[in-house]
Design a protein around this ligand. Structure first.
Ligand code: BES
Ligand code: MG
Ligand code: ZN
Length: 517
C-alpha cells in the first residue's frame, strides 16, 4: 500500500517537473520519536523525564533537558514540544506532558488517571508528528506500554478512505530498550479493535449495508479461521426462526436483512459455556414511518455501533487468542419508511411468542434485539451482554462520559465495571426497576408496547425494561451506548467522529473472564 502510494507520488511529482532531489527527500522515511515527561510534584516544580527520555537525554549529553528548560518552565498534561535535528536517527522528536507520576486509579473518576494521561499524551505526540508528515514513529512506553500503544493507534486513526487528500500514513513502534513488548502488542490489538468499530460506524450507510457489514467481518476473522466460524443468515433463515420483531423493522427497506452469527472457540474446553455478545446492527435508522427530523439524521449511519463494537471485540479476542468461548450475534438491517414499512399501531410477534404493539417505528433497536436475545438464550451462555445505540435518552442522562449498564446481575456489573476502570472507557450502572416494566407492559392491543407509556420520561430505562422481557439468563447486561457513539473532543485521544466505544472495555471484560476460568 505504502509502496504503491509512494510510486504514485513520485509519478505525480515528475509530472509537475519538480526537481528530482526534492521528491527524493520527500520519499525518505521520516522518523519521529515520542518521549514523555512527568510534572514534578507541587513542591518541587519543573519536569522529570521518563526512563526512556532520560536515557535518550544521556546519549545527547543532557541536550534534551537543556532544550526543555529553554522551551519553558513546564509542560502541561497532553501538550507537546517538538525538537528538530537533535538526533541523527530522529529528525523530529515530540516531548509530551504526562501529568503527575503519582497518579493512578481514581475512585471519583472511575478510571486510572495515569493510564488516561499516557493515552492522551502519546496520542497528541503522534498526531503532531503526523501533521509534520513523519511516517514512522517510535514511542516511549511511558511506564505503561499498553496505554502508550492505545494512545498511538487510537490517536492516529482517521476515516479518510473516501477523501482524495489523506493524512500521512504513520507506522508505530515501541522505542527500543523497552522490555514491555507483550503489553505494547496487547495495546495495539485493543486499539486496532476499537478502530475497526470506528471504521464500521463512520462509514456511510450506502457503503456499510447489512450485507457489506457481514462481509467485512467475515474478511476480518478470516486470518483466525481455525477458531472462528461465521454464519451469515439470510432472510429465509430469519423467517424460519420466527423473528417477527426483527423482520418488522427490516421490511421497510430494499436492503435485505442479515443475521450475523460468530462463534469464537478459544477455551481449551470447547464445551465451556460461551459468553454471548449481542449487538444492535441498524446500518441506517431513518426512524421508519415515525421519521426522524433530517438534521443530524446522517449520524444514524452509526446505529450499528452495538454490532460494530461486539464484532470488533470478537475479532480482537481472536487476534489475542483469549482462552474463552464467545458467540456474537448481530441482527443487521435498515430502518426505512416505504409502502411496506411497519406502521404505528401495528402488532408483531417476537420469537418467544410475545406480541408487541409498535407505536413508534423509531424505537426499532429493542425490536431487533428482542429476537436476537431470545435466540441467544438457546445457547445456555454463562452471560449475555447486549450493546446498542438504543435511546437518545441515554445521551441526555450521561452524555459521553460513560456507557449506561442495565443488568440483573451484581457479578456481571462488577466484571464490566472493573474492566472499564482499566480501559478508561467507562460504564455506569442504571436501574432496572419494575416501575419501568409496568410502563412497557401496558399496551392497548398486545403484550408489550415498544415505547413507554410516558414516552420521554426515563426513556433509556423503559427501553431496558422492554429488553428484559426477552431475557431468561441470570447474568444479562444491556449496554446503552447512544451517548458514547460519537466524539467531538471529549475523549482527547480520539479525533472527532464515531468513537468505537466501548470496544476496549468489552475486550478487557472478555480477557478477565478468560483468565478467571
Ligand atoms: N438509534 C436511536 C437512538 C439514538 C439517538 C442513538 C441518538 C444515538 C443517538 C433509536 O433507534 C431511537 O430512535 N430511539 C428513540 C426511541 C423513542 C422513539 C422511544 C429515541 O431515543 O428518540
Ligand atoms: Mg430509531
Ligand atoms: Zn436506532
Amino acid at each position: 500500500m505504502l509502496v504503491v502510494r509512494k510510486a504514485a507520488q513520485t509519478a505525480a511529482r515528475k509530472h509537475l517537473c519538480r526537481p528530482f532531489s526534492a521528491s527524493q527527500t520527500h520519499l525518505q522515511e521520516r522518523k519521529g520519536l515520542v518521549l514523555g515527561v512527568f510534572e514534578k510534584e507541587a513542591e518541587e516544580g519543573g519536569l522529570h523525564l521518563t526512563q526512556a527520555a532520560a536515557s535518550f537525554d544521556q546519549t545527547l549529553s543532557g541536550k534534551l533537558s537543556e532544550l526543555l528548560k529553554i522551551a519553558g518552565p513546564g509542560l502541561k498534561k497532553g501538550k507537546s514540544r517538538i525538537f528538530y535535528g537533535i538526533h541523527q536517527d530522529f529528525p523530529c522528536v515530540a516531548v509530551v506532558g504526562l501529568g503527575k507520576d503519582s497518579e493512578g486509579i481514581c475512585g471519583a473518576e472511575n478510571w486510572d488517571t495515569k493510564k488516561e494521561n499516557i493515552r492522551q499524551a502519546v496520542s497528541a505526540g503522534c498526531q503532531v508528528l503526523q501533521e509534520l508528515e513523519v511516517n514512522h514513529v517510535e514511542v516511549d512506553d511511558c511506564g505503561d506500554a499498553k496505554s502508550a500503544a492505545e494512545g498511538a493507534v487510537l490517536g492516529l486513526f482517521s476515516y479518510d478512505q473516501l477523501k482524495s487528500k489523506k493524512k500521512t500514513r504513520v507506522t508505530t513502534q515501541l522505542h527500543h530498550g523497552s522490555a514491555d513488548v507483550d503489553d505494547w502488542k496487547k495495546g495495539l490489538a485493543y486499539a486496532e479493535g476499537q478502530n475497526l468499530a470506528r471504521f464500521l460506524m463512520e462509514a456511510p450507510a450506502n457503503h456499510i449495508t447489512p450485507t457489506a457489514f457481514a462481509n467485512t467481518i467475515e474478511e476480518r476473522v478470516a486470518p483466525h479461521a481455525e477458531r472462528v466460524t461465521v454464519n451469515k443468515r439470510s432472510k429465509a433463515w430469519i423467517e424460519e426462526q420466527q423473528m417477527g420483531a426483527f423482520l418488522s423493522v427490516a421490511r421497510g427497506s430494499e436492503e435485505p436483512p442479515v443475521f450475523l452469527e460468530l462463534h469464537y472457540n478459544g477455551a481449551p474446553d470447547r464445551k465451556q459455556p460461551p459468553l454471548m455478545l449481542v449487538g444492535k446492527g441498524v446500518t441506517f435508522d431513518s426512524g421508519g414511518i415515525s421519521l426522524k427530523p433530517s438534521q443530524s439524521m446522517d449520524a444514524m449511519r452509526a446505529d450499528m455501533g452495538g454490532a460494530a463494537t461486539v464484532c470488533a471485540s470478537i475479532v480482537t479476542a481472536a487476534a489475542l487468542k483469549l482462552p474463552v468461548n464467545i458467540i456474537g450475534l448481530a441482527p443487521l438491517c435498515e430502518n426505512m419508511p416505504s409502502g411496506k414499512a411497519t406502521k404505528p399501531g401495528d402488532v408483531v410477534t417476537a420469537k418467544n411468542g410475545k406480541t408487541i404493539q409498535v407505536d413508534n417505528t423509531d424505537a426499532e433497536g429493542r425490536l431487533i434485539l428482542a429476537d436476537a436475545l431470545c435466540y441467544g438464550s438457546t445457547f445456555n451462555p454463562r452471560a449475555i451482554v447486549n450493546v446498542a445505540t438504543l435511546t437518545g435518552a441515554m445521551d441526555v442522562a450521561l452524555g459521553s462520559a460513560a456507557t449506561g449498564v442495565f443488568t440483573n446481575s451484581d457479578w456481571l456489573w462488577e466484571q464490566l465495571h472493573q474492566a472499564s476502570v482499566v480501559t478508561g472507557d467507562r460504564v455506569w450502572r442504571m436501574p432496572l426497576f419494575q416501575h419501568y416494566t409496568k410502563q412497557v407492559t401496558d399496551s392497548q392491543l398486545a403484550d408489550l408496547n415498544n415505547i413507554g407509556k410516558y414516552s420521554r420520561s426515563g426513556g433509556a430505562c423503559t427501553a431496558a425494561a422492554f429488553l428484559r422481557e426477552f431475557v431468561t439468563a441470570p447474568h444479562w447486561a444491556h449496554l446503552d451506548i447512544a451517548g458514547v457513539m460519537s466524539n467531538k473532543d471529549e475523549v482527547p485521544y480520539l479525533r472527532k467522529g464515531m468513537s468505537g466505544r466501548p470496544t476496549r472495555t468489552l475486550v478487557e471484560f472478555a480477557a478477565r473472564l478468560a483468565h478467571s476460568g
